[in-house]
Write a protein that binds this ligand. Structure first.
Ligand code: UT7
Length: 325
């Protein structure tokens, strides 16, 4: 039966030039390289320069993804940016990226689901493409989390980094068989009862300030592996697959202990898990497209592979996405 599927055409990433190591942070707060490495797997992170914006990082990643796809900006008619650190409260930073790419047709908007943002944005794009409303989308995750960190709070400031990643997705008319490329299944969840476990203590309608990130780390950790495993099982089930079929598991990169726990629960071999948290730390909505870019560029992810994306973050929000690459 003929069907429309969203096929990944290109990927690209951008990381700010400045690298901050765990040792650099020892000079800032009462922490140690040993604690950060043992508890999180993080060794370093990239941090934006003065004047560098979420939109400029997002545009750089978008240009790299377009080049990888062999497409021009004009070929794109939908831009969805996943971010919790937009340049301004409004307009959406997606329209700034749209303008920087010189695109004046189609639509551009932001999606805000914190660390799950990229999974929510890609799933949203998938539905627009499958419905026939748009033909080719740029889905971008871009974050400048260093701007909302409390640099005196050692329990959070050591965990995050800045960066951007993007994918180009194209609607293709296919026969609807599993071996054909494209997004096979998605699953999104949220539960606002947990909104005070990971949040920013400011905002336009409350304090009138930007605020700082606050997190009850152990409580987020406690929920993470269970929620991630549930949504993965549901997504695989929708497409008729099992964990053993997965070629590459590309999770949101928050903490290596969470990734190892989820992989163990699924029975996935460690070498099937793409890990970048050691180099990038937690870049929120940017972490999955950055990890995809790395694993695709170094030749691990190949056409035809079954790739599983997964994320969990503030809200709580969580979700998974299964792709035939
Ligand atoms: O991307 C969104 C989703 N976010 C996550 O998935 C994050 C989930 N949570 C986590 O990854 C972990 O909970 C953390 C990495 C945030 C914390 O690790 P933990 O093993 O849960 O440590 P903890 O918060 O229970 O703290 C243990 C100890 C405490 O000291 P006491 O009370 O035992 O004396 C903390 O004060 O470690 C202390 N501590 C630190 N020590 C050195 C907390 N932060 C630091 C630090 N350096 N940076």
């Amino acid at each position: 039966m003929s069907t429309i599927r969203s096929v990944i055409k290109g990927v690209g990433g951008y990381l700010p030039a400045r690298v901050v190591t765990n040792a650099d942070l020892e000079a800032l707060v009462d922490t140690s390289d040993q604690w950060i490495t043992a508890r999180t797997g993080i060794r370093k992170r990239h941090i934006v320069a003065d004047g560098e914006l979420t939109s400029s990082m997002g545009a750089a990643a978008a240009k790299a993804a377009l080049a990888d796809a062999g497409l021009e900006p004009d070929d794109i008619d939908l831009i969805i940016l996943a971010t919790s650190t937009p340049d301004q409260t409004f307009p959406a930073s997606a329209v700034t990226i749209q303008a920087e790419l010189g695109i004046t047709h189609g639509a551009a908007f932001d999606v805000q689901a914190v660390c799950s943002g990229f999974v929510f944005a890609l799933s949203t794009a998938d539905n627009y493409l499958k419905s026939g409303q748009f033909n080719r989308a740029l889905v971008i995750g871009a974050e400048a989390f260093s701007r909302i960190l409390d640099w005196e709070d050692r329990s959070t400031c050591v965990l995050f980094g800045d960066g951007a990643g993007a994918v180009v997705v194209e609607a293709q008319k296919l026969n609807g068989v599993d071996t054909e490329r494209g997004i096979l299944a998605t699953c999104l969840r949220s539960d606002g009862r947990y909104r005070d476990k990971l949040y920013v203590d400011g905002g336009p309608s409350s304090t009138g300030t930007v605020g700082h990130l606050r997190m009850d780390g152990p409580e987020v950790f406690r929920h993470a592996v269970t929620k991630i495993s549930q949504v993965i099982t549901e997504t695989l089930g929708k497409a008729g697959y099992e964990a053993a079929d997965i070629d590459w598991f590309v999770p949101h990169q928050a903490n290596k202990r969470i990734l190892d726990g989820a992989a163990r629960k699924l029975g996935l071999a460690p070498e099937r898990v793409v890990i970048t948290v050691d180099k990038h730390a937690n870049t929120s909505a940017a972490s999955i497209p950055l990890a995809l870019t790395e694993a695709y560029t170094d030749g691990r992810i190949k056409s035809g592979d079954l790739v599983l994306l997964e994320a969990m973050g503030g809200g709580f929000t969580w979700g998974a996405l299964l792709i035939r690459w």
